[in-house]
Design a binder for this molecule. Sequence first.
Ligand SMILES: Cc1ncc(COP(=O)(O)O)c(C=O)c1O
Length: 301
Amino acid sequence: MLRNATEANNYISNGFKMNPGDEVVITDQEHEGGENGWFLRAKRYGITVKKVALPQPIAKPEDVLNRFNDAITPRTRIFFFSHVTTITGVVLPARQLCALARDKGIASAVDGAHVTGMMKLDVHDIGCDYYTSSPHKWLQAPKGSGFLYVKAGMEDHLWNTIASSSWDSPSGGAYRFQQIGTSNVPALWGLKAAIDFANQIGMDRIEARHRAMNQAMLDAMEQRGATNITGLDPSLRCALTTVDISPIERMKLEDWMWTQKKIRIRGSEPSKMRLATPYYFLKTDMARLLAAFDEYKAKLA
Ligand SMILES: Cc1ncc(COP(=O)(O)O)c(C=O)c1O
């Protein structure tokens, strides 16, 4: 257990064994807490970071695979990508990307900050070497309860970032990465409670509802003139889709929504709006948001 995805991502970018000139392939949709560890490593130790540009929207999973495939060189050592990206919320084809990496003798690290609690997660099925997450997001766990998964056999490819007892012990698997000093035990109990709660409902049901509600929200916004910039194939979307609402300016809409309606929306410049449908988001919430959006549009007209 680590505190969050940022910390876990940095364990990988700081500790994965690479020589100067070796390459990591990332996407142009990584979070600061994912990509900056690699930039630091590049500046300090001379590795190379190659960024794959993803279309917005991505039409189909193969478009991502082809771009990663084209970026591979004899110096490529690891793929690092978000399972659900922060920029558009697209669900990248993690399983196929990890299989591609494996076929080419390349390691794979997946930033799954958003995934725990959003989608059913099976790191063995994904077939990644490393996986990180922040369950304080969609799983509603306490802040400070993140994790780093290290596939059995991949421990020795990763230097530890924090050294305490067992740091150099060949036995005990990934236990060595967990030796980070005294833990925040209440946060871990809170994480357990969040997992138990989600499992009581069932992650299959939660994921299905995430997909259905988000699709309904996207359909409603498309009817209002918004453009999906996340992914066209439904497999590329779950509970987070970004739409372009031009010519509406996102910051003005965000301010109006908050001051006039006490609705908090999020987005980015100039006209991107995030449609996030967590599992506590009700159909009545959606109706209220859409009514407010219609009112704002009518006011502008
Ligand atoms: C893909 C991704 N990675 C990492 C992070 C950072 O998460 P945290 O602040 O919990 O470390 C985020 C935050 O939104 C994210 O979207």
